[in-house]
Design a protein. Structure first.
Length: 263
């Protein structure tokens, strides 16, 4: 792949780490002030127009430049189209979801340890969902000695959980299962921890919700019921920005290589 000139937009630790990883890969890296000279513009994850002057940036881009951002909104796509700049969502790549699941799982384990007076060893933990984050978290909790029950809608997810030595349960049985648990981790971006389910949990239960906004927990109901519910967002950037930035860079470079191979 020919040497690419990148303009890195955003100053958080993950973006800075991504820039360093791109430099190590042989790319020329500069800040947002060099957008007009860049072949590629690396935008933040998530791409928030309220904090990123996207229209101004993309209007300054040179013809043929590619902008890459994460979790693109419809507004961001419209702005890019009006500016005549191709906008690629690197967050949509399956490998980045897998890379991000690792620091997310480690960050969640840190929260579970910090917020409890008991070890994970011997703990009964209810894990909702078994996508990349659920898989990364489930096997790590089990390795620490926890007894993990995976509640998932799809039979193949439950089968995978059982093949990894975890318990599998139907999501439809969540309300009946809840009384056996006082630690719950949710990864499902849908309203699954509703007030009836929360009421069935043990008093003082801890809930860590990893799902993107608005999460899968009725947080107001949890507060009324005296449960500790934590919405832990963007754990890769919070807990391991260097690793998270390297994952973004690796994914972006894979996208660019594939584009060159197709031309």
């Amino acid at each position: 792949m020919e040497t690419k000139r990148f303009a890195i937009v955003g100053t958080d630790a993950r973006q800075a780490a991504a820039g360093r990883a791109l430099e190590r890969a042989g790319c020329a890296v500069s800040g947002a002030e060099q957008v007009a000279r860049a072949d590629c513009i690396l935008l933040p994850l998530p791409l928030d127009e309220s904090r990123t002057p996207l229209a101004e940036l993309l209007r300054a881009a040179k013809p043929g430049a590619v902008a890459l951002g994460g979790r693109l909104s419809a507004q961001a796509k419209t702005i890019a189209q009006e500016a005549g700049v191709e906008l690629v969502d690197y967050y949509a790549r399956p490998e980045l979801a897998i890379y991000n699941a690792i620091p997310t799982a480690e960050g969640c384990i840190g929260i579970l340890l910090r917020e409890s007076t008991r070890t994970l060893w011997g703990a009964n933990i209810l894990l909702l969902g078994f996508g990349p984050v659920g898989q990364a978290l489930g096997v790590r909790l089990a390795a620490l000695g926890a007894d993990v029950t995976v509640c998932a809608r799809r039979p193949e997810q439950r089968a995978l959980a059982e093949s990894l030595g975890l318990r599998g349960a139907e999501l439809a049985r969540l309300g009946a299962l809840a009384p056996a648990f006082d630690r719950v981790v949710n990864t499902i971006p849908a309203p699954v921890l509703t007030e009836p389910v929360l009421t069935a949990l043990r008093p003082g239960s801890l809930i860590v919700d990893l799902a993107s906004k608005p999460g899968g927990t009725d947080f107001a109901a949890a507060q009324r019921l005296g449960l500790r519910a934590i919405h832990a967002l963007s754990l890769p950037a919070v807990c391991a920005p260097e690793t998270a930035g390297e994952a973004v860079a690796r994914t972006v470079l894979a996208i660019l290589r594939e584009r060159e191979e197709c031309t």
